[in-house]
Structures are given as structure tokens and as C-alpha cells.
Design a protein around this ligand. Structure first.
Ligand SMILES: *Cc1c(COP(=O)(O)O)cnc(C)c1O
Length: 411
């Protein structure tokens, strides 16, 4: 009966055809687009051309001829509409970690009488590490990281906070913050905001300009499908342009890199956030991957992943074999990103056993099974099959087999 429901949901899916734009192996159900987005087929052709036609034939002339030098800005401009930003404020470079370091240091410059960075204790660790490193470098009399739980955030934003740094969607439980509300609150108390959009860019409607956000970063390789290690993006609101100089000064962030001046003069606007030579292969892949979004309404993406996760949950409830997998994500679909997380003491082994059955999800230490619902590629019928495979694993305790217990380097 439920298979009929899946078929019906698939036939009503306005994004059904998008799957054809991706290369996914036969027989795999991919519930991990939140960790590494799948490969858009056109990326293959693009990289082939960059390798063979550009690098292979035009060599160094490609920096001008194929406009390699402009890719960080060009890719930033493609990301801008996805996050609700107008032109000139988004740049694609470096990793999220590096960009956070640059932005945090910049925020402290913009708020010279405040030293506190406020974040959430279960934020993605790299975000906290960046702040800890800065604190170590500047000394705790100039920079101090404070972390609180999400319920304490509102009261912790006081007039000593220089910057509120949060992830929009939490990587563990998928809970989503209200960016507009928290940004307004921070501003009322004189603080700046940095939003990490790693788990929301490409699946949730975002209006950074309208919400008056100061700064943001996000991931190129998750829902934007830019490939492993794709560069990150950063957003610098126009009103902060040319108000400070970020500290990782490097030649590509110079106003005129090819003058080879001894003194650093920052490029105008977001451009000063560039550091070294951009990774052209990765940028070209992300540039091409973003074309998938060109005619996609983000609202539709949100509607679909909501339906997917609700459908998944509904099915899980039908099977008593799955009752020990405890949902830790918000039950209210409006309060989460495109993922569901379940806790179970054997989450790691369950995840490995599921993968052997062709269903790729992921595990997050210490005990979470994380299931991502990429709206561009997933079909409802696949969820049906995925849940059935999970029922078999739980019913037969197949996860207990020793080969599923062995931890791999990347989990
Ligand atoms: C994936 C992710 C990152 C990754 O950072 P990189 O430095 O680009 O590897 C950072 N923050 C959050 C919230 C993430 O989910």
C-alpha cells in the first residue's frame, strides 16, 4: 500500500527530472547529500574541458583566456541568489574554517570595545576551533569564546558580545535557527553576526540581504554538489565593505596582485578575503554544479525535503523493529534542515550494515545515525526501499556482525 503512496508522491514531484542531471551508481540509495553532494554529470564534461582544452592546451594563458582568475567572484555571483544576496557580496575561496577565522578577526576589529565571540556548545567543532585559535593568538583579554546551549542564546547576547557566530542548521540534530530573529536581536544589543550556512545553503530559502545579516559562510561540497573539498563561500554585507582589513593578507586579496608591491593594499569589497591562488579544478566543478540550481525555486527544494523527511518518519513509525532508533531532530518539520538524526548505541554498525545493503547515510559520534534528504536527487520510492532495508538490519540484528564494528578513518 505504501509503495503506491511513494509512487504517487514521485509522480507529483516537480523536481523528479532533476535526478537525471546527476551521476549516481545503480542500486544505491544516497541519503548523504548533506555530507558530500552527488556528482552532476556536466561537471564531468567541464573538468574534462578544463584539463584537456584549457590546462592541457592553453597552459598559463588560461588565467586570462579562460578567465580562471575571475572564477572566485563568478562562482560567488552564482551562489548569491541561492542565499538571497545581491551582487558583489559573495566570494568563493578557501574552506569554511579559514573563512571563519578571517571573519571572526574582522568582527573584533569592527567592535574594538568588545572581546566576546558567542557561539553554541554543539556547533560544528571547526567553527569553535577557529574561535579558540583566535583567542589563543590574541590573548583572552582581547578575544574570548563563550559557548552556551541553544536555549541560553537569547539571554547570552549582551552588550559585551562582539559577534554571534552560529550554524543555521545544526550538523548533529538538524535543528534550524531563526536567522532573521537572532540577527535582529544581536544588532539590538550591538553585536555582529556570522551565520554558517553549511547545512542550509541549497535547501532552505535564505534572504541574507533582507535579514540584514553581517557575514556568512557556507559549504561548496554539501548541498551545492561542488565535489570533495570544493571551496567554501563567504558573504560580506555591502555596509561592511572597506571598513576593516582581514588579517590573512595574501597576494590574491591585494588590490593589484600583479604589481607585486611590497606593501599590502586590500582589494575593495569582498575581494580582500582572497588568500592564495584559487583552486581552479575545484572552482570549475562547483561553477558547473551550480548550474543545476539556475531554474530551481529554493521554495520547491524546501517543500520536497520536508515531504521526504516526513514520509520517512511516517514509515519508520509503521515498523516496531525501528522503535529503538530514537529521533533527536525537531519533530516540527519547520524547525529543521533536510536531515533527521536518530540515536542508538549501535548507530555506527547500523550505518555500515545499511551501506552494505546499498543505503548510504552517515554516522556522527558518539551514537547518531544521520539521514540526509537531498531534494534534487531523492525519490520517495527509494525511501520506501531504504526503510525496508533498515527494518531487516534491525530485526535480524545484522549490525552485530564484527565487520560492521570496525571504525574506518572517515566516519
Ligand atoms: C561541513 C561543515 C564545515 C566544513 O568546514 P571546512 O573547513 O570547509 O571543511 C564547517 N562548518 C559546518 C557547520 C559544517 O557543517
Amino acid at each position: 500500500m505504501s509503495l503506491d503512496k511513494a509512487t504517487k508522491l514521485d509522480s507529483n514531484d516537480g523536481l523528479f527530472a532533476k535526478r537525471e542531471l546527476f551521476s549516481l551508481p545503480e542500486g544505491i540509495i544516497y541519503l548523504n547529500g548533506n555530507s558530500l553532494g552527488p556528482l552532476p554529470i556536466n561537471v564531468r564534461h567541464r573538468l574534462d574541458s578544463v584539463l584537456n582544452e584549457q590546462w592541457g592546451k592553453d597552459l598559463i594563458g588560461s588565467w586570462n583566456k579562460h578567465e580562471w582568475i575571475d572564477l572566485p567572484r563568478k562562482v560567488g555571483e552564482k551562489i548569491a541568489p541561492i542565499i538571497g544576496a545581491t551582487s558583489g557580496q559573495v566570494l568563493c575561496c578557501d574552506s569554511v574554517s579559514l573563512n571563519l577565522f578571517k571573519l571572526l578577526a574582522s568582527c573584533l576589529q569592527l567592535r574594538p570595545n568588545r572581546k566576546r565571540i558567542l557561539s553554541q556548545e554543539d556547533n560544528f567543532p571547526t567553527d569553535l576551533y577557529a574561535a579558540q585559535g583566535l583567542q589563543q593568538l590574541l590573548g583572552s583579554s582581547n578575544c574570548q569564546l563563550e559557548v552556551v546551549n541553544s536555549r541560553e542564546l537569547v539571554s547570552a547576547v549582551d552588550d559585551e558580545v562582539a559577534v554571534l557566530m552560529l550554524s543555521h542548521v545544526n550538523f548533529r540534530d538538524g535543528a534550524a535557527h531563526d536567522i532573521e530573529y537572532l540577527t535582529r536581536l544581536a544588532h539590538e544589543r550591538g553585536a555582529l553576526v556570522i551565520w554558517d550556512l553549511a547545512h542550509s545553503a541549497g535547501i532552505l530559502p535564505l534572504s541574507l540581504d533582507e535579514w540584514n545579516v553581517d557575514f556568512a559562510v557556507g559549504c561548496g561540497y554539501k548541498y551545492l554538489n561542488g565535489g570533495p573539498g570544493a571551496p567554501s563561500f563567504l558573504y560580506i554585507n555591502n555596509r561592511h565593505h572597506d571598513q576593516f582589513v582581514q588579517p590573512l593578507q595574501a597576494w590574491m586579496g591585494h588590490k593589484a596582485p600583479f604589481n607585486f608591491d611590497q606593501e599590502f593594499v586590500p582589494a575593495e569589497g569582498a575581494g580582500q578575503f582572497m588568500t592564495g591562488t584559487p583552486p581552479i579544478l575545484s572552482l570549475a566543478a562547483l561553477d558547473e554544479a551550480l548550474d543545476v540550481f539556475a531554474d530551481v525555486d529554493i521554495q520547491l527544494l524546501q517543500e520536497k525535503h520536508m515531504l521526504l523527511s516526513e514520509y520517512f518518519l511516517g514509515m519508520m513509525e509503521e515498523y516496531p523493529e525501528l522503535k529503538d532508533l530514537e529521533l533527536i531532530s525537531p519533530k516540527n518539520v519547520n524547525k529543521r534542515g533536510a536531515q533527521l538524526s536518530f540515536s542508538h548505541p549501535e548507530a555506527y554498525a547500523i550505518c555500515r550494515a545499511w551501506a552494505e545493503a546499498g543505503v548510504i547515510a552517515d554516522f556522527r559520534s558518539p551514537n547518531l545515525l544521520r539521514v540526509g534528504f537531498s531534494p534534487l536527487v531523492l525519490r520517495f520510492k527509494e525511501l520506501e526501499m531504504g526503510v525496508k532495508a533498515l527494518v531487516e538490519i534491525m530485526d535480524g540484528e545484522l549490525f552485530a556482525e564484527p565487520r560492521f564494528q570496525q571504525r574506518l578513518k572517515v566516519t
